[in-house]
Design a protein around this ligand. Structure first.
Ligand code: DQA
Length: 145
């Protein structure tokens, strides 16, 4: 069976490319998704993509991924730092979730240094820009190879 993974991005990440490029780079979300798709093809796995600005939609996406995907790559955006609801959703599902951040959140403002969502994640990749999504995909795919 071919594993399928969900890549889901949270608030403001639809603006990648023009949003604070000095922090998040100039690559757009569509370009990141293309990069991940190409690596998925090489790895022989499937990927689906979603982006939501709302917390509830992200939670719904995690719930449905539990039945429809073998794992999730999640950039929760700013919800990372305070959403216990999202943290609970990650804990509630049984498929692995890899948390990704484009920036190194540990080297930024104080409020960004804490992730409340990481606790239930299988792992975290931060600080490698768009490559982080590819690394997360490799980590998830390796669980099934
Ligand atoms: C981010 C880091 C968060 O602090 C921020 O709110 C984001 C993006 C990142 O990918 O580096 O929206 O998750």
């Amino acid at each position: 069976m071919t594993e399928r993974f969900l890549v889901v991005n949270g608030p403001n990440l639809n603006l990648l490319g023009k949003r604070e490029p000095e922090v998040y780079g100039s690559t757009t979300l569509a370009e990141i998704e293309e990069l991940v798709s190409q690596r998925a093809t090489q790895l022989g796995v499937g990927v689906d993509f979603a982006q939501y600005n709302g917390e509830g939609e992200l939670i719904d996406a995690l719930h449905s991924a539990d039945s429809n995907h073998a794992g999730v790559i999640l950039n929760p955006g700013a919800y990372t730092h305070y959403s216990y609801a999202l943290a609970d959703a990650i804990a509630a599902i049984s498929v692995p979730v890899v948390e990704v951040h484009l920036s190194n959140i540990h080297g930024r403002e104080h409020f960004r240094r804490r992730s409340v969502t990481a606790r239930s994640a299988a792992g975290v990749v931060a600080g490698f820009g768009s490559l982080g999504y590819v690394l997360a995909l490799e980590a998830l795919a390796s669980r099934f190879s």
